[in-house]
Ligand binder design. Structure first.
Ligand SMILES: [Mg+2]
Length: 218
């Protein structure tokens, strides 16, 4: 892939910075199993990877049954508490992030998490300050990923046109959001196979160690 130094780098959080998807799937599976629904963490990870909590409700009700109206708030509190205490970084992500921040390229974080959950993860990883306030939750825009709103907002916060930004993603809704915003999308091969990421228009890479070099940062 071409080595072009971008005007800004827009990071997804889950599966790119935070190794959080398995923990999130466990929290959701525990909740739904407690309601008597036949779910496993593996099923939750397959069905919900990259989705915002409000977008999960329709899927749950279609496949399993009713959840209370305040389920998004309930699961949001559980996710925030567990992430604040337990989440760990994706291998190589913290080193890559610090090298990219030191290069002077503006960084932003754009996640389908709630504000509270996203803040908890970035605080636990110790990298919140590297984004200098350019942190976007689905709550900050009209529509979550796969719509382009969150990456459009993140690019604007960096003072960059989307076409000059690189998005770093791992999920299908996230890749679609980045492509729809008009960004170049690099996708970490993490939960999903490389061919599937490529078919969505992303450029796959295999380890976060590679990212600075791919973006022209030595
Ligand atoms: Mg992700």
């Amino acid at each position: 892939m071409p080595v072009t130094r971008p005007r800004a780098i827009l990071f997804d959080c889950d599966g790119v910075l935070a190794d959080s998807e398995a923990l999130a799937a466990q929290v959701v599976a525990d909740d739904l199993a407690g309601r008597g629904f036949p779910v496993t963490p593996e099923l939750c990870q397959d069905v919900f990877l990259g989705r915002a909590v409000p977008d999960m409700v329709a899927v749950i009700e279609q496949r399993f049954g009713r959840v209370p109206d305040d389920w998004p708030a309930q699961i949001g509190r559980a996710l925030t508490r567990r992430m604040a205490e337990e989440v760990v970084p994706v291998p190589g992500a913290m080193q890559a992030l610090r090298r990219l921040a030191a290069s002077g390229i503006p960084l932003a974080c754009a996640s389908n998490s709630s504000r509270a959950e996203l803040s908890a993860k970035l605080a636990r990883l110790g990298v919140a300050e590297l984004f200098q306030g350019r942190v976007f939750s689905f709550e900050d825009v009209d529509r979550p990923k796969p719509y382009p709103d969150i990456y459009a907002a993140a690019a604007a916060s960096c003072g960059a046109a989307p076409a000059d930004c690189v998005v770093v993603e791992d999920s299908l809704p996230g890749i679609r959001a980045g492509i729809a915003a008009g960004c170049r999308v690099l996708a970490l091969v993490w939960e999903l196979p490389e061919a599937l990421l490529r078919a969505q228009g992303a450029e796959p890479f295999r380890h976060m160690d590679e990212l600075p070099g791919l973006l022209g940062v030595a």
